[in-house]
Ligand binder design. Structure first.
Ligand code: DHB
Ligand code: MG
Length: 220
């Protein structure tokens, strides 16, 4: 069945998306450099870009850069002057991402910080920074902490998207020893207590298998 999902993704890509040399190059370079194949898919990147345009986002925070694929996809969806601040904990991965971002021609709009995302979050919170959109896509062990941080860095109307909340169905395993599943479940339990967001979840299938995203719209 997952082969069918991949073929259907390819079918939608062929029909809905144009050839995208910039993102293609980042995909190839990331794979050639041995990065894990965890970047968002082309269709998901287009989904993020649509969300950014729908809310008129100008300032984006990404938690978890990997090879820079989603950062570039999001930077392109911003109006002139729009910026993406993104974080990557692994120095070698960050080098690859920075090279990808530069080759794509987005180094002026994307700031990549190397180090733990929480350090960036804490500094931005101390600066009272405000973002229109936050994409949470780093280690799932800290999913809840990233959401809590994102809520301090947003305003009413801001949108927060958290990736990988289904994990092949693992999210239902209450006794899981998998730290990523535990982290996602913690985030969901925390989200259930929030009074200041409207939220929903999308289960997804496609070339990355069975997973999903949570969407949070900040209301106050
Ligand atoms: C994993 C992480 C991701 O961000 C993703 O999109 C898919 C998988 C992982 O850590 O397994
Ligand atoms: Mg992800």
């Amino acid at each position: 069945m997952s082969d069918a999902y991949t073929e259907i993704d390819a079918y939608f890509e062929r029909n809905f998306l144009r050839t995208d040399e910039v993102l293609e190059k980042i995909s190839t370079s990331s794979a050639d450099s041995g990065l894990v194949p965890h970047a968002v898919t082309r269709l998901q990147a287009a989904f993020l870009a649509l969300l950014l345009k729908m809310i008129g986002a100008r300032r984006v925070l990404e938690i978890g850069c990997l090879g820079g694929y989603s950062a570039v996809a999001m930077a392109r969806a911003l109006p002139p002057g729009g910026t993406v601040l993104t974080t990557e904990i692994d120095a070698r991965t960050a080098q690859i991402a920075q090279a990808n971002i530069e080759a794509a021609g987005y180094a002026d709009r994307i700031t990549l910080e190397v180090g733990p995302a929480m350090a960036t979050l804490e500094r931005e919170i101390a600066k009272h920074s405000v973002f229109d959109f936050v994409f949470i896509d780093a280690d799932k062990t800290n999913h809840k902490n990233y959401l809590a941080g994102a809520l301090k860095l947003t305003r009413p109307g801001s949108l927060i998207v958290a990736d990988n909340i289904v994990r092949g169905g693992g999210v239902l395993e209450t006794q899981s020893e998998d730290n990523s599943i535990k982290g996602v479940r913690e985030m969901i339990a925390y989200a259930s207590t929030l009074k200041t967001v409207e939220m929903t979840a999308l289960q997804t299938v496609g070339e990355k298998g069975y997973d999903g995203m949570a969407l949070f719209r900040v209301t106050e």
